[in-house]
Ligand binder design. Structure first.
Ligand code: KG4
Ligand code: ZN
Length: 358
C-alpha cells in the first residue's frame, strides 16, 4: 500500500504556462484529486504571428511561471512541507520552454529536498483518464494534439505500445493550418469547429488519406493540400465558403480518425479483455465535440466505452503532469537531478525506431 501523495506539477512544453497541485490517494489503483490547476495561455502573445513562436514562448514561461506556482500552491492551500514531490514536463516539446519548467522544478526539489519527477508530456495526456475516471489498465488511447496523433495501448505506467501514428502532420496541426489558410485566426481548432457549425460538409469532396488501408497510421498533409486547392479555386472567400470548407475538412478528419481508431480497437481487442475495453481520447483535439460524437459511435460499434477527460484537462495543463508524477512516484520511479530536457521523446521507443514521425 502506498501512502497518499501530494505533488506540484509544472507544464511549459508549448504555449501554455501551467502549474497544479494534485493529490493521489493510497493504494495501487488510487484516485486523484485536483487541489489547484492554474493555466496561463499565451495565445494573445502568439496570435499576431499565426502560430507559436518558440522564443516568445520560452520568455513568457520565464515571466509567468513563478507567479503561477505561487498561485497553485496558495489555491491548493498547501505549503512546501506538504509536498511529496515536484513533477515537470521534461519533453517532448519546444526545448526552451521545457528547460524553463524542468529547471524550476529542479530548483524546488533541491531546495526542499523533494523527489524530482521528469515527466513525459505524452504520458501526462495518456494517464489523465486515471486521474479523472480512475480507469484501470489496460486501455486504448487516441492521442490527438497539436504535435501528436497516435494510437497506443496503455498497459501500465511507462508501458505503452504504439499501434499507429501520423506519417506527416499531427491532426491539431492540420486544424491550425486550415484555420490560417481560411483566415480564421489562432488557435485553429476551436475556430474551425465554430465555422464548421454553419457549413455544408458535402460541398467539397476532400480526400480521406489512409481510409480503408490496413494498420492504424494516420496522414493529414494531403488533406491540408486539398483544402488549400479548394480555397484557391474559389478566389476571395466569403463567410459561407469558409464555413463549407471548414465543415468539409472536419468531416474528412472525422472519417479518417474513426476508420483508424476502429482498426486500432480491433487490434487492441487481441490483448484487452471484454469488460476492460475503454477508448480514451486525449490531447487538445479531443475538445472537438463533432469528433467526439463520431468516435463515440465507432467505439460503441466495436464494443468499447469512450472516455474523454473534461475539456480543461484535454488541453495542456499542470494537473496531468502532477498526476503522471504521482503515479510514477507511487512506483518509486523518481529521476536524478541530472535528468535532461528532451525535444523528442516517444512513449514507445521501439515503435518510434521503426515507424513514422513520432
Ligand atoms: O494538447 P494541446 O493543448 O497541445 C499540444 O500538446 O499540442 O493541443 C493543442 C491542439 C491545437 O492544434 C488546437 O488547434 C487543437 O489542439 N484543438 C482543437 C480544438 N481545440 C483545440 N482541434 C480541433 N477542434 C477543437 N475544438
Ligand atoms: Zn499536449
Amino acid at each position: 500500500m502506498t501512502k497518499p501523495l501530494t505533488l506540484l506539477g509544472i507544464e511549459t512544453s508549448c504555449d501554455e504556462t501551467a502549474a497544479a497541485v494534485v493529490r493521489r490517494g493510497a493504494g495501487a489503483d488510487a484516485r486523484g484529486e485536483i487541489l489547484s490547476n492554474v493555466v496561463f495561455s499565451q495565445i494573445a502573445e502568439h496570435a499576431p504571428f499565426g502560430g507559436v513562436v518558440p522564443e516568445i514562448a520560452a520568455r513568457a514561461h520565464v515571466e509567468h511561471l513563478d507567479g503561477l506556482i505561487a498561485r497553485a500552491m496558495s489555491e491548493a492551500g498547501v505549503d512546501w512541507d506538504d509536498l511529496d514531490g515536484v513533477a515537470a514536463t521534461a519533453g517532448p516539446g519546444l526545448i526552451g520552454g521545457v528547460i524553463v519548467g524542468l529547471m524550476t522544478a529542479k530548483g524546488i526539489a533541491a531546495a526542499r529536498g523533494l523527489p524530482l519527477l521528469a515527466v513525459n508530456h505524452l504520458e501526462g495526456h495518456a494517464l489523465t483518464a486515471r486521474l479523472t475516471d480512475g480507469l484501470p489498465f489496460p486501455y486504448l488511447l487516441l492521442l490527438v494534439s497539436g504535435g501528436h496523433s497516435q494510437l497506443l495501448v496503455v498497459d501500465g505506467v511507462g508501458r505503452y505500445r504504439r499501434l499507429g501514428t501520423t506519417v506527416d502532420d499531427a491532426v491539431g496541426e492540420a486544424f491550425d493550418k486550415v484555420a490560417k489558410l481560411l483566415g480564421l485566426g489562432f488557435p485553429g481548432g476551436p475556430a474551425v469547429e465554430r465555422a464548421a457549425r454553419d457549413g455544408d460538409a458535402t460541398r467539397f469532396h476532400l480526400p480521406r488519406p489512409m481510409l480503408n488501408r490496413p494498420g492504424c497510421d494516420l496522414s493529414f498533409s494531403g488533406l491540408k493540400t486539398a483544402v488549400r486547392q479548394a480555397a484557391e479555386s474559389l478566389g476571395p472567400l466569403n463567410d459561407q465558403d469558409r464555413a463549407d470548407i471548414a465543415a468539409s475538412f472536419q468531416a474528412a478528419v472525422a472519417d479518417v480518425l474513426a476508420d483508424r481508431t476502429e482498426n486500432a480497437m480491433a487490434l487492441a481487442s487481441e490483448t484487452i479483455p471484454p469488460g476492460h475495453r475503454h477508448l480514451v481520447v486525449a490531447g487538445g483535439v479531443a475538445a472537438n465535440m463533432m469528433l467526439r460524437e463520431r468516435l463515440k459511435v465507432s467505439a460503441h460499434a466495436c464494443g468499447y466505452e469512450i472516455v474523454v477527460p473534461p475539456l480543461k484537462l484535454c488541453t495542456d495543463n499542470g494537473a496531468m503532469i502532477a498526476w503522471a508524477g504521482a503515479e510514477r512516484l507511487a512506483l518509486g520511479l523518481t529521476d536524478p537531478i541530472s535528468a535532461g530536457p528532451r525535444a523528442r521523446w516517444p512513449l514507445d521507443p521501439a515503435a518510434a525506431a521503426t515507424g513514422a514521425k513520432a
